[in-house]
Design a binder for this molecule. Structure first.
Ligand SMILES: N[C@@H](CCC(=O)N[C@@H](CS)C(=O)NCC(=O)O)C(=O)O
Length: 214
């Protein structure tokens, strides 16, 4: 049985965004059953958990002695077993993988600083000064992504792991109205979020957060 690590609890601003969501979504699309190992800060710093995830983060995937960390690597590993996430033809696969990397290395890398400035440092003077530059650069990058998407439903001619990753990255912007400036990207994100596999993954991540805290 596949086991995925996730947090027992995170603050509301992070609920529904924790990166185990990517893995849960991929597993749901692939129809692969899994169980979760819910961890807390004490486990994060433990030697045993650091042996699985060098930085004490989630997610980790464990299956039959295989231990994987980094959500991108895990999603790719799952996608390789599932044509619903990666096309069978070599060129289609390679394009989907390119989009998965683009989501992480060309989009998330520009979104994450905005999330940090807004969610962790909003009151700091340096953050107020830095924010407009981050937003300007990000708007440029989102415009480029929207131009690539054009009027298609997905980044390629069908849903792939590249879309899965891109949408989890765009969701990090939910505390802002930046996607309102890009209606096609917003509709793309909502189209992918409407997938039953995404809805199941999101509900599964949220379930422990809705339990009373001990
Ligand atoms: N690049 C890693 C990032 C993982 C990551 O940032 N996980 C966050 C939750 S979304 C985490 O565990 N944060 C707690 C920490 O860094 O201590 C991945 O994609 O798996």
């Amino acid at each position: 049985m596949i086991t995925v690590s996730a947090f027992k609890w995170v603050p509301p601003f992070a609920q529904g965004l924790v990166r185990d969501l990517r893995v849960r979504w991929a597993l749901e699309e692939a129809g692969l059953p899994y169980q979760t190992r819910l961890i807390d800060p004490e486990v994060q710093v433990s030697k045993d958990y650091r042996a699985l995830q060098p930085f004490g983060q989630v997610p980790v995937l464990e299956e039959d002695g295989l231990v994987l960390f980094e959500s991108g690597a895990i999603v790719l590993h799952i996608a390789a077993r599932c044509e619903a996430l990666l096309p069978a033809d070599a060129a289609g696969r390679a394009r989907a993988v390119s989009w998965l990397f683009a989501a992480l290395n060309s989009i998330e890398i520009m979104i994450q600083p905005l999330a940090e400035v807004d969610l962790f440092f909003a009151k700091e003077e340096w953050a107020k000064l830095r924010r407009p530059g981050i937003v300007e650069a990000l708007n440029g990058r989102l415009g480029e992504l929207a131009a690539q998407l054009g009027d298609r439903e997905y980044l390629e001619d069908r849903f792939t792991a590249g879309d899965l990753m891109m949408v989890t990255v765009l969701r990090i912007l939910r505390h802002t109205d930046l996607l309102d400036g890009f209606p096609s990207l917003k509709a793309y994100k909502e189209r992918c979020e409407a997938r039953p596999a995404f809805q199941r993954a999101l509900a599964a991540q949220m379930a422990p957060f809705q339990q009373p805290r001990a």
